[in-house]
Write a protein that binds this ligand. Structure first.
Ligand code: AVI
Length: 333
């Protein structure tokens, strides 16, 4: 469960775009070696999905987002463009937009374009250089808007900078919430509730339950980009930990598990084999999977129930015509 640190001093931020200070909360460097060895020593074997996103993995993820089969990104964009004015009205005037895992801040611009007198934009991301560039680009496109990038791991408690605003709106698009287990997601919603405060709100992208065939196609695309994205995790272990995974002997698999309602991505060993990583030998039997990612798909009721457990209430839901994806506005209950 995630906990929120309530009493640490708040870093103060300069609101001038010319200076564009980066608030560096020095997130702990991830320990790939420790996490990989721990995950590969459990049954079933696992690897954390956060390690997908090295440079090549981030590039592959961008390719996934443009695939015809991968509906989430495209659909969230359609919803955001269609209902941006309503979303901005829900957020209210003079709101501070605080985005978790801001990446290239693409969808943010649609919201910012419609917000009335936004008080500022705080992109939060763990990738420091990428964050700096994306924040500078955005600040250049919105002269006069205070932009304060924060380098932090949003899955850990952190204290955002103080900026004068009527309320804080946490923006969490992309259905990244789906990559957390239900317990982790509930903890994260509690953290978000603390970040937004009693008067604030949460604007979040949530992928919805749908025909499993649609999901199977989205996570098993015809060009094999998702397979390459998944297998890139092993390439990363080979490069960064001098492991000796033979990529030809592992295969991408994405399975729909209807009970928890999630896609589980796996890398499946094609035969009995042994792999060496950092002085350790990991053995695999034929057809043994390494679980690499969960991607939960919620019904509107399920998501509202989880939010309620975290003390949040869904106030508005926007979906596409086919109800593939949703953008939701929540406040404290
Ligand atoms: C980032 N996340 C919301 C994506 C998803 O759909 O769960 C990651 C992804 N994995 C395979 N394709 C995309």
């Amino acid at each position: 469960m995630l906990e929120v640190q309530r009493h640490s001093p708040r870093p103060r931020a300069n609101s001038l775009n010319t200076a564009l200070p980066l608030v560096d909360l020095a997130p702990a460097a991830s320990d790939l070696r420790r996490d990989a060895l721990a995950g590969l020593s459990t049954t079933p074997k696992t690897l954390p999905c956060k390690y997908f996103y090295d440079d090549h993995g981030s590039w592959l993820f961008d390719q996934i987002c443009a695939l015809p089969e991968y509906y989430p990104t495209r659909t969230e964009l359609v919803i955001s463009r269609r209902y941006a004015a309503e979303m901005a009205a829900a957020c209210g005037p003079q709101a501070l937009l605080l985005e978790l895992g801001s990446g290239s801040s693409t969808k943010t611009r649609i919201i910012l374009d419609h917000l009335r007198a936004p008080a500022g934009y705080v992109p939060v991301d763990i990738a420091r250089d990428f964050l700096r560039h994306a924040a500078n680009d955005l600040a250049a496109a919105y002269p006069g808007l205070p932009v304060v990038p924060v380098c932090a791991d949003f899955t850990q408690p952190f204290t955002p900078p103080t900026l004068a605003a009527r309320r804080t709106i946490v923006y969490f698009p992309g259905s990244t919430i789906g990559n957390f287990t239900a317990d982790e997601a509930t903890g994260l919603l509690r953290t978000i509730s603390d970040l937004m405060g009693p008067e604030g709100g949460l604007l979040i992208g949530v992928d919805l339950r749908k025909d499993p065939h649609v999901l199977a196609r989205a996570y098993n695309d015809a060009k094999g980009i998702t397979a390459a994205f998944n297998l890139n995790l092993l390439t990363r272990l080979n490069r960064e930990l001098s492991a000796d995974f033979d990529l030809a002997q592992f295969q991408h698999r994405a399975v729909w598990d209807p009970t928890p309602g999630r896609i589980e991505m796996q890398l499946v060993s094609k035969r009995d084999q042994a792999v060496h990583i950092a002085d350790q030998t990991i053995t695999f039997h034929a057809d043994e999977p390494i679980r690499t990612e969960y991607s939960h798909k919620y019904t509107l009721e399920q998501f509202a129930g989880m939010a309620a457990t975290a003390g949040l209430a869904v106030r508005k839901v926007w979906t596409d015509h086919a109800r593939l994806f949703s953008v939701q506005y929540l406040t404290r209950a």
